[in-house]
Design a protein around this ligand. Structure first.
Ligand code: B4P
Length: 190
């Protein structure tokens, strides 16, 4: 089993690069952002809570996200491994993920950190907001998301540095250039 965490600030290309990783390495994609957006579209209780937090640039509480993750992991059969996209987003979530995987005799094997400058993040997310109309891709919410990232999510980097699985990736350039950097790191490890 290969467990890969794809990490980075909002707009760093986690979802975009996950698609390419899945295609090449046949991993199963778990995107907490995508799961939450499905709940929002279905109008569930969880979706209502998620919408109010996401539109305000805030994170969903750790316990709620962990419940979602556990459900998703339990539903997996016959997988070569998982790409965790958008999870963990807090140190507590990173500790929880380690516990969940350790209980199955597994661990996170690679943590890919996409490094992108703030100006470029804002530009990409504003562009997506114009095209897709995602309600959290407006300037006010994007700026809040970046602050929340710096305060609550960036400390996850130190956790994986200590674990010895941390791999920084230059996240600017074309989608294919960035993927070539990711593939070089992954091919070296697996
Ligand atoms: P996510 O869906 O994870 O949103 P994101 O951080 O914006 O990343 P995403 O993967 O969508 O975008 P990408 O960088 O690929 O989360 C949404 C919200 O859900 C969070 O803010 C939070 O509230 C909540 N949430 C999710 N998980 C949670 C958790 N674990 N705990 C608590 N709350 C949680 O791409 C961005 C744009 O850039 C795209 O338009 C793409 O086309 C473009 N792009 C990508 N690569 C590019 C490149 N190389 N050049 C130019 N543009 C590029």
């Amino acid at each position: 089993m290969l467990n890969v965490v794809i990490f980075g600030p909002p707009g760093s290309g986690k979802g975009t690069q996950s698609e390419k990783i899945i295609e090449k390495y046949g991993l199963t994609h778990i995107s907490t952002g995508e799961i939450l957006r499905k709940e929002i579209n279905a109008g569930t209780e969880l979706g209502k809570l998620a919408k109010s937090l996401i539109d305000n640039g805030q994170l969903i509480p750790d316990e709620t996200i962990t419940e979602i993750l556990n459900k998703k992991l339990d539903s997996l059969t016959n997988t070569k491994g998982v790409i965790f996209d958008g999870y963990p987003r807090t140190v507590d979530q990173a500790v929880t993920l380690k516990k969940i995987l350790n209980d199955k005799g597994q661990d996170v094997n690679i943590m890919l950190n996409l490094e992108v400058e703030k100006d470029e993040l804002i530009e990409r997310l504003l562009e997506r907001g114009r095209i897709s109309g995602r309600s959290d891709d407006n300037l006010e919410t994007i700026e809040k998301r970046i602050v929340v990232y710096e305060e609550r999510t960036a400390p996850v980097i130190d956790f994986y540095k200590q674990e010895g699985t941390y791999q920084p990736i230059k996240g600017s350039g074309s989608i294919d250039e960035i993927f070539a950097r990711i593939a070089a790191v992954m091919d070296n490890i697996i």
